[in-house]
Design a protein around this ligand. Sequence first.
Ligand SMILES: NC(=O)c1ccc[n+]([C@@H]2O[C@H](COP(=O)([O-])OP(=O)(O)OC[C@H]3O[C@@H](n4cnc5c(N)ncnc54)[C@H](O)[C@@H]3O)[C@@H](O)[C@H]2O)c1
Length: 285
Amino acid sequence: MQIENLGVIGAGMMGAEIALIFAMAGKSVLLNDTAQERLDEALNKLSTTLDAGISRNFWTEEDKVVALSNIALTTNLDDFSECHMVIEAVFEDAEVKGKVFKQLDSILKPNCIIASNTSSISITVLSANVSEARQKNFIGLHFFSPVHRMKLVEVINGMDSSSAALEVATQACKDAGKVPIQVKDVVGFAVNRMLFALWNEALRLVEEGACTPEDIDVGCKLGLGHPVGPFELMDLTSNTLNLQVGKILEDAYGDRFHPRPILKQVVAAGRSGRKVGRGWYKYDK
Ligand SMILES: NC(=O)c1ccc[n+]([C@@H]2O[C@H](COP(=O)([O-])OP(=O)(O)OC[C@H]3O[C@@H](n4cnc5c(N)ncnc54)[C@H](O)[C@@H]3O)[C@@H](O)[C@H]2O)c1
């Protein structure tokens, strides 16, 4: 099977851009969210992203026309009945995701692939929300932010994911210009486990007063060759989400992933990051 018709659920930071990269690869994409305003907002953001890319000669005006004409918006999941693959990118909450999968189970064709973009929740656990017959077609596709720039996708096999479903989804990601790596369904997968270990140590250094966030970011960029510092990246992905994921990692691995008190503090203070104009740094809204 080749993926031509795709559905994406959740038109937030990740879902909107996941829709974009597949639309740019010529796939027909249906983008879903709970309210039309969220969808309109997502399309406006994509248009701004495309304009910025065009001004830097990264894309052409024609790329923009093709991309936007390949994306259709819907608030109704019933419209997903003809999709070859559906990618879920709603809130990082097993219950919210579970409700979506249960709904999809009665709508999708039997061979449609269901992929979750979860950062940390077990794919096998999420797949329990669909009928046993569908679990072979249930996988994880973990994209990285900003999706249009970050080439990596972690392709996650749950306990029952079939190699056929993994191969078809891997090819679709390659068609969209991504570089997939295969990771088993362990909590946090591979990249986030490494990332959160680094972040926790960076947060400890700030708690100890050993370094400022600014100096740690400079250290990682100039000493380790990272393109973005840990505090800049935390602000980009959202500290609220980082804390949620940190708690899921702690639940799975114990103390070594215990979320640092200073992270809890910034989240409680509403400093979620770029999205809200304030995180470890201040931003123009
Ligand atoms: N932010 C990151 O850097 C990042 C990276 C990789 C993976 N992820 C994962 O991607 C997922 C989405 O994260 P995000 O940062 O895009 O979040 P976000 O809050 O920006 O977007 C989530 C969207 O889902 C919508 N939504 C919520 N419930 C819904 C439902 N029942 N049906 C349809 N839409 C619904 C919300 O309205 C919102 O638009 C999460 O699972 C997150 O862990 C995030």
